[in-house]
Design a protein around this ligand. Structure first.
Ligand code: AHM
Ligand code: MG
Length: 346
């Protein structure tokens, strides 16, 4: 890790982004867009942090009639609040052409009353929201694409670009501390919210995921629903030192992707949400465009790897805004091992 301070003084997100702009890594518009997303994350962090005192826990909708998102999942009040914060913050900035969210059936072009820019923003406003009511970390995940040339009013089809086309991606984790983890394609960097000052401060420049790991993350209760190669892969992990992998593994599962990925970016590991017979028809549980792709971009930029078990995640051609995929990401050698079990089986 290189130093996160310049000449001893802390580097704010604002300063970091200005320096990235001077280095030719981001345009002025992209810099401002990331600043707006970061500001929205601060607002969401305040709402999440109030917990039961803010009257924001529980399901959205009127009592007894939970409101649902497009996939028929019950929305939490904070899902709706976080979505509104991100929509409102980004509508008038002038750097976006359109937005898409896990919580909205279709993308939205920026309203005509505001100037339109060249970028498309996708987000999961509050991932892992089943954890909110039990005071466990949740997070916001986002991905930025370019709006195709000549398109002024983008529709869903203009968002369907592979992950390699992302120009920026990140997440904000609302845990014991609030952290923003960001890539613009030149490494993965972590910022911690200084709550007194109200600004994100660079705390790790150039996160690096160890190549090898002895820690895996998966929802083991789905074991009997997995495909044969996944059964075999995890079976081999569980036999430990005596088995073909020759080492003992530890397991972690927060059930909040942002928290699980943050742990992996910090100390290594493999995260997987494989195909199972319950989610087979849907293609997986996690969403490609605003969960798997931004996380895969961050992980690759930190020296890790990300696949569907069969191919590099970032090369998947999306077929729908809410497309789902199996996910394997983290320590490079371990992701390669898990992927090999699948490819050898096919
Ligand atoms: P969500 O977008 O509805 O919150 O679902 C995504 C979450 C991930 O954060 C987490 O990795 C996964 O779902 C947990 O799934 P499970 O409850 O099956 O373990
Ligand atoms: Mg989600």
């Amino acid at each position: 890790h290189t130093s996160s301070t310049a000449g001893g003084s802390p580097v704010s997100l604002t300063r970091f982004l200005l320096e990235e702009q001077r280095a030719g890594h981001v345009s002025a518009d992209l810099r401002l867009l990331i600043e707006v997303v970061a500001r929205a994350c601060k607002t969401i962090s305040i709402a999440v942090g109030k917990g039961a005192l803010g009257g924001v826990l529980g399901d959205a909708g009127t009592p007894g009639v939970a409101s649902m998102n497009i996939e028929g999942e019950a929305q939490k009040k904070l899902d709706v609040i976080a979505n509104d914060v991100l929509l409102e913050a980004n509508a008038w900035g002038g750097h976006l052409a359109g937005l898409a969210s896990e919580e909205m059936d279709h993308s939205q072009p920026i309203p005509d009353v505001y100037p339109r820019g060249n970028y498309l923003l996708l987000f999961d406003p509050l991932d892992g929201s089943s954890n909110i009511d039990v005071n466990i970390s949740v997070g916001t995940i986002f991905s930025v694409l370019r709006c195709p040339d000549g398109v002024t009013t983008p529709g869903d089809e203009h968002f369907l670009q592979p992950g390699t086309a992302q120009v920026a991606a990140g997440y904000c984790t609302y845990g014991p501390s609030t952290m923003l983890v960001l890539t613009v394609g030149h490494g993965t960097h972590a910022f911690t919210l200084d709550r007194e000052v109200g600004s994100f401060v660079l705390t790790t420049r150039g996160m690096t995921i160890p190549e090898e790991t002895k820690e895996f993350a998966v929802n083991m209760s789905n074991q009997r629903f997995w495909e044969a190669p996944m059964q075999r892969y995890v079976g081999d992990l569980l036999t430990g030192k005596e088995g073909p992998r020759g080492k003992d593994f530890n397991m972690r599962w927060v059930a909040s992707m942002v928290a699980d990925v943050h742990r992996i970016l910090t100390r290594g590991g493999i995260f997987s949400y494989p195909l199972d017979s319950k989610c087979r028809d849907k293609g997986g549980k996690l969403r490609l465009m605003y969960e798997a792709n931004p996380m895969s971009f961050l992980v690759e930029q930190a020296g890790g790897a990300a696949t569907t078990g069969r191919m590099r995640m970032l090369e998947v051609q999306p077929t729908g805004l809410h497309m789902r995929v199996p996910v394997f990401l983290g320590s490079r050698r371990e992701v390669e091992a898990a992927t090999a079990y699948h490819l050898e089986h096919d």
